[in-house]
Ligand binder design. Structure first.
Ligand code: F0G
Length: 362
């Protein structure tokens, strides 16, 4: 038998960060070798945005490189591992798509059943196809994410089914490891941390990770936490629940974030902000990232970079600083948006060389 660990093969984030996570030597780890995602220096983007003139550096943490294509895998390896340890047979979640894909995948790996509640008609196709193939029970409701979350909380309280939304504290534990990876890669915490905000679990998790590394003396400071909601779903910014959230970034189409208070805490303790970006700003950033850095993220993920552009305009970025943007999900999950917003026209012609050269203007 091959012993991967002996060969130094990466074994997923629970193995990597055991000492900072609530696991023991007998915990049955459910992993798809998630985490260890690329942190990519984005010099072309820095130039486009005008950050180079301020002597600022921008790094993109591409969470789309996780096994199911989003940061949710970090939280799900922990949540499903702990569910398995507790003897659970089934998990349930509400989702705008990515959580359902991750829950379904890790449940499949653990030999558990997964129930997922999604807002009917508002899920990117790739995400839906993932949950289908991983074998989840998919229930599409005539309602939005916030309503789906209320229902799954009720169900998990009445039936022996483990809730794996980010209100499950193990999700936050797994997701905080993203902050550890960033600090290790940069040798310290970044100056600014830009992140999309939907249900607000991820900003909560990253802040926890940064706080823990600071307390351990591994870093010298906390980054300013810069969270960005979508304009017509910006509950935290507006200070009230949004009953009908709307945005092309369906992943963050959430009007009543479960970790609202924790997100405000991260903002306030770090000296950061929670602001919003419009759909137009999201699309602009989505295209800039792909065309200048060769990274296709999903629209919601681009809210982090759209946030940098907005923060710079507002004069919130100081000179000689570095910043990390979390690109939360893989753009391949949402080919409809990519095709729609690329502005690319596919040129069609015969298979004759002369015809092809003509189309190429050669
Ligand atoms: N980016 C992507 C791609 C997401 O899928 C989500 C959330 C977020 C950002 C926001 O993260 O909720 O922790 O503030 N997606 C959840 C889901 C709601 O069901 O997949 P958050």
């Amino acid at each position: 038998m091959i012993n991967f660990e002996q060969k130094g093969h990466y074994q997923g984030l629970i193995n990597r960060y055991k000492e900072y996570l609530p696991v023991t030597d007998t915990t049955p780890i459910v992993t798809l070798n998630e985490g260890n995602t690329p942190l990519i220096k984005a010099d072309n983007l820095a130039k486009k945005i005008g950050l180079d003139e301020m002597n600022c550096e921008i790094y993109l943490k591409f969470e789309g490189a996780n096994p199911t294509g989003s940061f949710k895998d970090r939280g799900m390896t922990m949540a499903v591992t702990k569910a398995k340890e507790a003897g659970a047979k089934a998990v349930i979640c509400a989702s705008t798509g990515n959580t359902s894909a991750a829950a379904a995948a890790y449940a499949a790996k653990a030999g558990m059943k997964a129930y997922v509640l999604i807002p009917d008609g508002y899920i990117a196709l790739g995400k839906l196809s993932q949950a289908m193939m991983y074998g989840a029970e998919i229930i599409a409701i005539k309602g939005n994410f916030d309503e789906a979350l209320e229902r799954v909380i009720e169900i998990s309280e009445k039936y022996p089914i483990t809730l794996v939304n980010s209100v499950n504290p193990y999700r936050i534990e797994g997701q905080k490891t993203g902050a550890f990876e960033i600090c290790e890669a940069l040798g310290d915490a970044p100056d600014y941390h830009f992140i999309p905000v939907g249900n607000a679990g991820n900003i909560t998790a990253y802040f926890k990770g940064y706080e823990e590394f600071l307390a351990l003396g591994k870093t010298s400071h906390l980054p300013k936490m810069m969270g960005f909601e979508a304009e017509v779903a910006a509950a935290i910014v507006k200070g009230e629940r949004i009953m009908k959230p709307e945005t092309i970034a369906t992943a963050i189409r959430i009007g009543n974030p479960a970790s609202w208070k924790q997100a405000e805490n991260a903002r306030d303790k770090s000296g950061g902000i929670i602001n919003y970006v419009t759909d137009e700003e999201i699309v602009e950033a989505y295209k800039l990232i792909a065309a200048n850095e060769g990274i296709l993220c999903e629209p919601a993920s681009a809210a982090s970079v759209a946030g940098v552009i907005k923060a710079k305009k507002l004069g919130l970025i100081e000179e000689n600083k570095n910043m990390v943007c979390i690109l939360t999900g893989n753009g391949l999950k949402d080919p409809d948006s990519a095709i729609k917003y690329s502005g690319c026209e596919v040129k069609k012609t015969s298979a004759e060389l002369n015809d092809i050269l003509k189309v190429m203007d050669l």
